[in-house]
Design a protein. Sequence first.
Length: 447
Amino acid sequence: MKRRSRIAALAIAAILAGHFAAPAAAGELDQLLERIEQTQAADAKLRREREQRFRAANVEQKQLLDALRAQVATEQVRGDELKTRFDSNEAELQQLEQALQARTGELGELFGTVRQTAKDLAALVAESPASANAAERVALLEQLGESKVLPDIAKLHAMWRALQRATVETGRVVRESADVVASNGEAARAEIVRIGEFAALHGADYLRYEPAGRRFVVLPRQPVHVDAATLAALHDGAPGYLPLTIDPTRGALMGMLVDTPTWSERLQQGGVVGYTILAVGAIGLLIVFVRMLYLGRVHARMRRQLRDLADPRDDNPLGRVLQVARQAEAADPANLELQIDEAVLRELPRLTRGEGLLKLLAGVAPLLGLLGTVVGMIVTFQAISLFGTGDPKLMANGISQALVTTALGLIVAIPLLFLHTLLAARGRTLTQLLDQQSLGLAIMARE
């Protein structure tokens, strides 16, 4: 093999020498042959070293594979043992459960009822204002309700005492310390008066209980029909019976009270149209007030003038008509009657002034209410188009505006109509009185 390689190398060298150079000396060929042999020896050594490394790695990998196979076999044996043990334990557990069920009998249902009752009682006590200082009682009930083991007699007695305590607390009026959040947001420990589960007071303020923080919060809006002196007397421990407002729903009604808008807030819901209707009503009432004062004063003066027709005064319509009749006594009856009629006609506008404007305002008020209704419905449909119908609170603003403006229009229009009728009747009475007296003067002139 080596000889063939040498012959091939010499042949290649001869061919190369024949193509690229002139015939070389014998010494140069020997050097070339020596370099070729050295190169081949180095390559052979490198191949041997690589082959040795591959064989060593192969042995190592084989040893690792054997170790892994042995470990897998060990784990399989261990798995079979564990499975056998698991099956044995499961069978034993089933036997024990059957034995426990046989021994407990009806007590299993009883303990299930106990756990369910403990859960319900824990939720009830946690939401009660009486549990503000009873965190340990709530924790005991929750632990009993979530327990997976059978409760012993001590835990059953503890649950019975908690139930009895919750029942007693509903009928007690107690003074105790609790965390109170004032209307400005500041929280502090303060003394409160708790009336069962239905009301809690701090001074003259009603409180609302927050179960999450176990604290009381001063209501931002207190009940209207509650005497502050009565609340203060109750807080100070006054003897005897005191009338008091309570919430049998344990806070739901008080929460609705906070959300109920006041009269000022309802007027604000009417918007610009609502305030315009109120302005119309105010103008109408002002006209009625001024005209009623004027007509009352004129009526009194005319009554006084009726008692003294011989001395006409110019401070009332009847007196001015009498003055015109006296000045025209020398005229013929037809001319005198004509002047009396002219004097009466001059007085009529003063007696009926403002009635037309008041009637107009009474008619405009419901129309403004209808306008507010249309605007409110536009706002409602716009909210529906933007946010959908998922949240009714988003539509409440437009609906409130529609209803409030309609109500304001009717509230203003109905009284103005009655007042207009009253004002017109008062003016008509004075006009009839003036017509009667002028007719009497005309008859006297003809005679």
